[in-house]
Design a protein around this ligand. Structure first.
Ligand code: SF4
Ligand code: SF4
Length: 98
């Protein structure tokens, strides 16, 4: 049997991204990879780089990965459009997102 060399390719069915990584802050510790119960991520083969989002549409938006990251700002939640909440400042009329 031949030995094939394969590489993982992120699922690109939709442009959803459950989280956004900041590569300037993330040190690739992969704690978020271990925390995610449904394996949305895989470790980046390049040491020190943010994990790869392999199955973006399987995310439950539980928040565990972002909450458990030891480096503030390394990973932020990216709610899907239909789940985003908005507020309007009554005095200024400015619209913001929560
Ligand atoms: S986002 Fe946080 S937990 Fe995930 S690899 Fe980067 S530093 Fe580690
Ligand atoms: S929000 Fe929850 S389900 Fe989604 S990637 Fe993070 S830990 Fe996994």
């Amino acid at each position: 049997m031949s030995q094939q060399k394969l590489m993982a390719i992120p699922n690109v069915v939709t442009p959803n991204q459950p989280v956004l990584f900041n590569p300037e802050i993330c040190n690739g510790c992969n704690h978020c990879v271990e925390v995610c119960q449904i394996d949305v991520y895989i470790p980046n083969p390049e040491k020190g780089k943010p994990p790869i989002i392999l199955h973006p549409d399987e995310c439950w938006y539980c928040g565990c990965c972002a909450n458990d990251c030891p480096r503030p700002g390394a990973i932020i939640f990216n709610w899907p459009l239909q789940s985003r909440g908005y507020w309007k400042n009554k005095e200024t009329g400015k619209i913001g997102q929560v």
